[in-house]
Design a binder for this molecule. Sequence first.
Ligand SMILES: C[S@@+](CC[C@H](N)C(=O)[O-])C[C@H]1O[C@@H](n2cnc3c(N)ncnc32)[C@H](O)[C@@H]1O
Length: 223
Amino acid sequence: MQRISLVKTAHNLIREKLHPGDIAIDATVGNGHDTAFLVEQVWPAGKVYGFDIQQAAIDSTRAKVKSCHRISEKGDGYTPILTLIQASHAVMTEKVAIQDHGKIAAIMFNLGYLPGSDKSVITQTESTLTALAIASRLLSSNGILTVLAYPGHQGGGHESIAVKNWCKQLDEDQFSVRIYYSTENEVSAPRLYVVDKLTKLQQHEPSNPDAEVPNLQISVSSS
Ligand SMILES: C[S@@+](CC[C@H](N)C(=O)[O-])C[C@H]1O[C@@H](n2cnc3c(N)ncnc32)[C@H](O)[C@@H]1O
């Protein structure tokens, strides 16, 4: 069975939209792989906010970003670019500078637990949905939001369905949604929800009349 890396898919899609000088958010920094990727994209003049509720994740991410070759060359030069915040993504509105609201080019969520750590500390459906609602408002026009969900762990199935339902209720004049699956026909397969905030011009293009669920395209892709 073909498996695709949804992390790579998310990075490839974000790479198309996130450029040097832009602002991004990693809503779940974990071990810092996604944060390091985002810092790399916005370098040398942009900004990345990183959230996690666990001190271990914040420490691990700081170390990961510091060890990133391009960044360490500049000594402590990564500091102004990266703001790590030990708090729930549900309070993003207060923690992201007001002047950056509506200007975030990319926001990543990687749900579940911190690999190699306590598996009982996981993202919770309620705070995830609160954070997604905030994220959709913080995004810039033409911005991208990715949510990697894992229905295979306890609570993950419920959370993944809730994310899908949240995607479905988005205003289709403002957002378009795609879902990528890591494998075909597997209920527990990890999946990537990709939400694009449409530009004014895109908002006036006709939508796909063949889509089963309006505005929700489902793919198994090897990008
Ligand atoms: C799958 S890991 C993230 C992996 C990470 N993106 C990486 O590249 O290594 C999920 C993370 O979400 C964090 N988390 C759980 N609930 C959270 C919340 N309410 N706000 C922010 N982070 C949360 C966990 O502590 C964990 O580190």
